[in-house]
Design a protein around this ligand. Structure first.
Ligand SMILES: [Cu+2]
Length: 117
């Protein structure tokens, strides 16, 4: 009885481990708020090869963010949300700027993305 249960337990454990290792990578959800004149958070860290479901929402006027090296180029209308998916392919620190002119502090709107292995 005890032995049979132990075998069953081991079988379930092995099944559980193999099932979890074959699970496809689900995109990581990242939400950034754009507001004159900053991104919140202003700095994020991602993993190389891990798909990201990136949502940009505007708390006021039209904004955007572009980081060419990461294939990220997204614009958001005032008060709305915009969404895109990308997968960072190389490690490093990438700096993105607001891609839509939004006022006197527009040039200071910076989003820094760190990609780690
Ligand atoms: Cu701007």
């Amino acid at each position: 009885m005890g032995f049979a249960l132990r075998i069953l337990g081991i079988a379930l454990l092995i099944f559980g481990l193999s099932a979890s290792s074959t699970k496809p990578i689900s995109p990581r959800h990242i939400e950034v708020v754009a507001k004159r004149f900053a991104f919140e958070p202003a700095e994020i860290t991602l993993k190389r090869g891990e798909p990201v479901d990136f949502v940009l929402s505007s708390a006021d006027v039209n904004h955007g963010v572009r980081i060419r090296e990461l294939g990220l180029d997204l614009r958001v209308a005032k008060g709305k949300k915009a969404e895109t998916t990308f997968t960072p392919q190389s490690t490093g620190t990438f700096v993105g700027h607001c891609s839509v002119f939004c006022g006197s502090g527009h040039g200071r709107m910076i989003l820094t993305i760190h990609v780690v292995a």
